[in-house]
Design a protein around this ligand. Structure first.
Ligand code: KG4
Ligand code: ZN
Length: 345
């Protein structure tokens, strides 16, 4: 009998300001990945400038593809498909990845598959040796989304709750900006918070006193603005405010994640998205889950922030399930997670 072919794919990510490429193999996992962050390009503008992001993806993606193919000793003949982020995200940025992926797949005579960015974040944990069990609850916290999702199977996601306004990453970035930190503020604010004193400021824990699994982070900006306006912006003040901001966000996320485990009766939580790289959040979740005998699955920080490996995991699953795209190039800047087709296990 002929041995089943081991599927190997190229994956691209370009939904926002990271250009990334990866090569994944069904059996050996992640073979190579490269990420180029455009943060330096957008810093002077204090946030992502969509047009600049698209132009830079055009410049960066192809060299990244070349690099990952070389790094993994892969030739186009070894590839069985090309996965790319089709949405949600910035339309121009998505278009660059979609056009390149679709064209490469056409030239190489292999199928292309458009991946939902959030499905990528949800499945990043599959790249780690300790694979999360199904079903589980996922806490997905990024610059654009904050949601609790019941992951029933690959492709079967039930939204338990999400933010009504700002995402957790946005709350980090916007309050960081008020403190004069350069874009992207989240990781910088986290570093500053390490040097802050506990209890000097106390910011609201939005929606914590109400039942349910929704979040709201927009009030945090106003609270920080008041604190910053009412006091001289000394270095110590910035540290203390940063610490209080991080505390408020992390405490809210942990409390709601535990509530989601209670409500679903599940005992495994998977962390995903850029804010999942936050050390305090990882530590607090680990402690809270250990105390109740539940399991926490935290992909390493570089698999939490935007990357192509996670797009590859989702793409591989979808290609293996027979998903194929026609020759159209259709980015999907708005794309709901629950519209995805389930994949049979
Ligand atoms: O998932 P991601 O890389 O991109 C989106 O899909 O949005 O998430 C980026 C977000 C940004 O808001 C960034 O500030 C935040 O994740 N972030 C962090 C940390 N690392 C990244 N926030 C807090 N602490 C961190 N260590
Ligand atoms: Zn993301």
């Amino acid at each position: 009998m002929e041995k089943a072919k081991c599927v190997r794919i190229l994956a691209l990510e370009s939904s926002c300001d990271e250009s990334a490429a990866a090569v994944l193999d069904e059996r050996r996992g992640l073979l190579a990945q490269q990420i180029f962050s455009q943060a330096g390009l957008h810093r002077v503008f204090g946030g992502v400038v969509p047009e600049l992001a698209s132009r830079d993806h055009v410049r960066r993606l192809l060299p990244l593809v070349r690099a990952v193919l070389e790094q993994s000793s892969t030739t186009p003949h070894d590839l069985d498909g090309v996965a790319y982020t089709a949405g949600p995200g910035l339309v121009g940025a998505l278009l660059t990845g979609a056009a390149l992926a679709r064209s490469l797949a056409y030239a190489w005579g292999v199928p292309a598959v458009g991946v939902h960015h959030l499905e990528g974040h949800l499945l990043a944990g599959l790249l780690e040796a300790d694979v999360p069990p199904l079903p589980h609850v996922a806490l997905l916290v990024s610059g654009g989304h904050t949601m609790l999702v019941e992951v029933l199977a690959i492709g079967r996601y039930r939204l338990l709750g999400q933010t009504r306004d700002d995402a957790a990453g946005e709350a980090f970035d916007k309050t960081a900006k008020l403190l004069g930190l350069p874009y992207p503020g989240g990781p910088q604010l986290a570093r500053l918070a390490d040097e802050g004193r506990a209890g000097v400021f106390e910011f609201p824990r939005p929606m914590l006193d109400r039942p349910g699994l929704e979040f709201s982070f927009s009030g945090l900006k106003t609270a920080v603005l008041h604190a910053v306006r009412a006091n001289p912006l000394t270095e110590q003040l910035r540290r203390d405010v940063a610490r209080a901001v991080q505390e408020a966000i992390v405490e809210t996320l942990v409390a709601k994640a535990l509530r989601a485990l209670d409500e679903t009766g599940l005992d495994a939580l998977v962390l995903g998205g850029g804010v999942g790289a936050n050390r305090l959040l990882r530590e607090r979740l680990a402690r809270a889950l250990a105390a109740r005998g539940a399991q926490l699955y935290c992909p390493r920080p570089e698999l939490c922030t935007d990357n192509a490996a996670m797009i590859g995991v989702a793409g591989l699953a979808r290609l293996k399930a027979g998903e194929r795209e026609d020759l159209g190039i259709r980015p999907r800047p708005q794309w709901s997670l629950d519209s995805l087709a389930p994949i049979a296990a």
